[in-house]
Design a protein around this ligand. Structure first.
Ligand code: G6P
Length: 546
């Protein structure tokens, strides 16, 4: 997968830009499967323990089967990583906000479709080994890092989601960097480090860290155990330096990330932004302190790994009896028979361009009054991060806008927009994906956006049109989509018009191309590319990892 850059504290000029290699499968380049990846992990890392660390962790099978509302929380990260932990076995270390010492009322408001917290008052940083996911083979372990309510507020709601989240997404939402939040973030990263070190003690281990909640973790791990093999995948965009510098703690974040042996981003652009940040940061540090010599002991390889999905699992779901039943249920409940159906599926988040999408539907209805009674747009905007005012306000604004559009254009028998904010089972999502004439992903900025890929995966009939924001990582792969600039609302409406008018042959041509890309660039290839990159990094080490 493409070229890569290495950072070793020395001169960075002359290194090649990471490229994304999206060649399709061929006899010399066969598709990656669950089994092939499993064999690669076994032959590469043998008996070594694989540890995945992320803020969230999957819900144990027993809890999702018991019908916790919506099953797994809505998260692209979880849907991509669960097949990987299932393939590798090992341990997933994460935080379960049902088990964090929050009071029941606080936990209820967390908006992730989960049950109530138990308020059990466990000590901050305490680590519980929780469950073995019995449905997976090989089985994997879940370990919970307990985070007390006050630290969780600063680490998750504060620094991660009011600071880093808007900082990394170009949505013109002002990030907030409070030093109390930063201290909580640092403390929680230390708790995670403690959990990982306990898990890896006495074992040969590979640690695979996820996302922006844990940017300091690799640095903390390497201080204690320098020979640990550590990779980190950053699921969201990485901003330009001018933007990054607004974060008063950005140098510490960069230093933490340079503790990794391998640092992955979704796209080559995000890698380039990161490399530029490091380069300029280093030259600033040198000019401030010219006598200081950059440490040479640590080398970080920075590379693009576009994340993906288990397309076969989605296809199986889409062809299942349950999906057919769910399609019938949607049709009957919302009188969708013989209607042109558009869909949108996302978390209720200001990065997703939800208001712009609804405004575009209003323009569409204005341009095409003949669609009255014949067109329905189903928007699922699953409540998320409800403890934050900006997320709650977005929910109110969206509801008001949809009501206004429905009142203006609808009538007693027909409403153009169905808006639902509650979580749905995966089967309900697959069902509307199959029913839709088109799906609109209007993110203002998005690391990858897996809904775009899931929509194509569900379209085993090779029909349906994907309308995709050019500011998503997926837009670099899914060239069969109708590309939109979500800030240009007219262009979204025009793309909807084009999708409605598209003939089945054109739909098939575009959809087949996108499905081929996703079949090839699937989640197992993503995992294999990372394993192979780690293997070659380990090969260049003087001493093997423990
Ligand atoms: C994005 C982030 C993930 C996160 C997910 C859901 O995809 O990259 O790390 O898990 O959003 O957000 P939440 O705050 O509910 O975990």
């Amino acid at each position: 997968m493409g070229q890569e850059r290495k950072l070793d504290g020395g001169d960075l000029t002359g290194l090649l830009l990471p490229q994304q290699n999206l060649a399709l499968a061929s006899p010399s380049n066969p598709s990656w499967t669950r089994e092939r990846l499993q064999a690669l992990i076994k032959s590469t890392f043998g008996q070594r323990r694989v540890v995945i660390v992320a803020n969230r962790r999957p819900q144990p099978a027993s809890q999702t089967e018991a019908g916790a509302a919506g099953g797994q929380p809505v998260s692209g990260l979880l849907s991509a990583l669960i097949p990987l932990i299932e393939v590798s076995g090992g341990t997933w270390i994460g935080h379960d906000d049902n088990d964090n010492g929050l009071t029941a009322a606080q936990a209820k408001g967390n908006g992730n479709g989960r049950g109530k917290g138990n308020g059990n008052g466990q000590a901050n940083g305490q680590i519980n080994r929780q469950a073995i996911a019995a449905t997976s083979s090989p089985p994997y372990q879940l370990r919970n890092v307990v985070i007390q309510a006050q630290d969780y507020e600063g680490y998750y709601n504060g620094f991660s989601n009011q600071g880093l989240w808007p900082l990394c997404h170009i949505t013109y939402t002002e990030p907030q960097f409070k030093s109390a939040d930063w201290h909580a973030y640092r403390r929680v990263n230390q708790h995670f480090a403690q959990a990982v070190l306990e898990e890896t003690k006495g074992h040969r281990a590979i640690v695979f860290i996820q996302d922006y909640h844990l940017s300091l973790l690799a640095g903390l791990l390497k201080q204690k155990q320098p020979d640990l093999l550590v990779a980190h995948f950053w699921h969201i965009p990485w901003p330009h330096l001018d933007q990054l510098r607004t974060c008063p703690f950005h140098q510490e974040i960069i230093t933490g990330l340079l503790g990794n042996d391998l640092l992955g981003f979704q796209t080559a652009d995000h890698c380039a932004n990161f490399l530029e940040s490091v380069k300029r940061n280093q030259s600033r540090q040198r000019s401030q302190n010219p006598k200081q010599i950059a440490p040479e002991s640590q080398t970080t390889t920075v590379k693009a790994f576009p994340i993906s999905i288990d397309i076969r699992a989605h296809e199986d779901l889409a062809t299942s009896e349950a999906a057919i039943k769910a399609m019938a249920k949607w049709r009957d409940k919302h009188q969708l028979h013989n209607k042109i159906i558009g869909i949108g599926i996302e978390r209720l988040d200001y990065t997703k361009g939800l208001l712009q999408k609804m405004q575009a539907i209003e323009i569409l209805l204005g341009k095409r009054p003949d669609l009255g009674g014949h067109f329905v747009f189903i928007q699922l905007a699953i409540r998320s991060r409800c403890q934050q005012r900006s997320y709650r306000e977005l929910g109110d604004q969206l509801n008001q806008l949809v009501n206004k559009i429905n009142q203006r254009h609808g009538n007693k028998e027909w409403m153009p927009i169905i808006l639902q904010l509650d979580p749905h089972d995966q089967i309900d999502l697959v069902a509307i994906e199959r029913l839709a004439k088109f799906c609109v992903v209007s993110s203002l900025h998005d690391g990858m956006n897996l809904v775009a890929k899931e929509f194509c995966a569900a379209r085993i009939d090779n029909q349906g049109v994907l309308i995709l924001s050019e500011f998503t990582g997926s837009a670099q792969e899914l060239s069969g989509a109708l590309m939109i600039n979500p800030f240009a609302i007219d262009s979204i409406a025009d793309a909807m018009l084009q999708a409605i008018a598209m003939d089945p042959q054109e739909e098939a041509r575009r959809m087949i191309a996108m499905r081929n890309t996703i079949s090839h660039q699937n989640i197992f290839r993503w995992g294999a590319d990372i394993v192979q990159a780690l293997k070659s990094i380990e090969g260049t080490r003087k001493q093997p990892c423990p």
